[in-house]
Design a protein around this ligand. Sequence first.
Ligand code: ZN
Length: 247
Amino acid sequence: MTTALTCLGTSDAFGSAGRHCAGYLLDTPQGCMLLDAGPSVLSALKAQQRRPSELDAVLLSHLHGDHFGGVAFLILEFCYEAPRDRPLLVVGPPDTERRVFELYYALYAEMRGKPLPFELRFVEMTDGSATEVKDARVASFRVPHQDTAVSLGYRVHANGRSVAYSGDTAWTPDLLRHSRGADVFVCECTTFETEVPRHIRYRELAQHRHAFDCGRLLLTHLGREMRERSGEIPETLANDGLKLTLD
Ligand SMILES: [Zn+2]
């Protein structure tokens, strides 16, 4: 059994180039977790011939719609389409539990007050938190993407491999530290040269490229400009359906 990362959604918030919003499936020998869940994550999973019922956990980097909107549809799937008999763990920043239920009831108002037919567990993380998901150790670090709400990146260790994920963030040298030694670092890079607050542009990342000490650097959360200028970028750009085997 291998450890593998499959990109389900690699666009920015605007569905650029027809890609799905954020979603990455991490398979380990004993489990399966989803890093972020954009609104169309169910379609994205099924397009890769994957069953949502395989998921043990969903790790949310932050509570913006392009990263957590799909949790409501996962809940709906497990209520009706593929009834679930084991718990689903949702890991995210502070306020995740309240925001997930608020989202679900906003989209399906008649579900308010009805108990879920499966157990939804929550672990809320902040800078320097850690938890376990099956055979994986999940550590979180705060990134500069929101002023007051907490945005997280994750480092996941499993089966002797490790994956780092930036979530959405402005450039910070802390990313070098958090990705050091990772087999793959999935790093947001929203624009090529246009400055967008609280996100990374490629020009800025390229200045620090030599300082990264990780196996593979995979750029994602790609906006229109990144797709248009892809010929000028030597790094690997993520694409929906891209699968990296880490063994
Ligand atoms: Zn985003």
